[in-house]
Design a protein around this ligand. Structure first.
Ligand SMILES: N[C@@H](CCC(=O)NCCCC(=O)O)C(=O)O
Length: 228
């Protein structure tokens, strides 16, 4: 399943048609991605299983999704091989970092000096996706290039976060507590991951809209080069 806000942002702000791929623990079969022009890895309340980054299991009450892990890591590997545009959001951002050999912190709110990055308790959905903390953008990163911004304020709905940055990734933005909030792979045409949720009401957030617009442009360029 996918929450409709992702589809709305992809159609309205990226201008792309969408297909949903299944979560398969054995991964997405080779050849599927050659027929696509980009992939968007969405958020999920489940967590990447720590054995993927060499850490002990999380507590029993933490939600896992091995099928999602299997699909995501096969999609990221194939997208890198094909230089297929890739946008990772929240869990998708974390999957990208792990796929590049990075690792994750768990329960950021329990770590000294770290902000509580979870969504506010109670309230309505709009409140959950309200801007929660500032980010500083790396002027050399993809995010700064596509948004022309030095800083912004973003929503926050997560308790895991990047510990070790994956090999070959650039840290494109950081939170006030130093947590990496955006990553990119400069060796690919377009590979961007963000810890927050830019799919939420892209019409009202120029940074969020710029992310999807740039992703859509990268997909269109890929189609012109490879699938015309
Ligand atoms: N489980 C991870 C990732 C959290 C995440 O993706 N949250 C958003 C889910 C709802 C949505 O898609 O908006 C973590 O806790 O860090």
């Amino acid at each position: 399943m996918v929450v409709n806000k992702y589809i709305t942002a992809l159609v309205e702000a990226a201008g792309v048609d969408t297909v949903l791929l299944p979560a398969l623990e054995t991964g997405i079969p080779a050849g599927v991605l050659a027929r696509l022009d980009g992939i968007c890895l969405t958020g999920s309340y489940s967590n990447v299983e720590p054995h993927h980054y060499g850490r002990p299991p999380l507590p029993e009450d933490c939600r896992h999704d091995p099928a999602r892990d299997g699909s995501a890591f096969s999609l990221i590997r194939q997208a890198r091989e094909l230089n297929l545009p890739m946008l990772g959001i929240c869990r998708g951002f974390q999957e990208m970092n792990v796929a590049y050999g990075g690792s994750l912190y768990h329960r950021l709110q329990d770590r000294p000096g770290m902000l509580d990055h979870r969504e506010p308790e109670g309230g309505d959905t709009n409140g959950h996706y309200h801007p929660a903390h500032d980010i500083s953008l790396n002027p050399l990163g993809l995010l700064a290039r596509i948004s022309d911004l030095h800083s912004s304020r973003v929503n926050s709905l997560h308790q895991q976060g990047i510990d070790r940055l994956g090999q070959g990734l650039t840290a494109d933005a950081t939170a006030p507590d130093g947590l990496i909030e955006a990553i990119s792979d400069p060796s690919l045409a377009f590979a961007l991951g963000v810890q927050w949720h830019p799919e939420w009401q892209t019409r009202h957030h120029p940074l969020y809209r710029a992310i999807f617009t740039a992703f859509g442009e990268a997909c269109a360029q890929h189609q012109r080069r490879f699938n015309a």
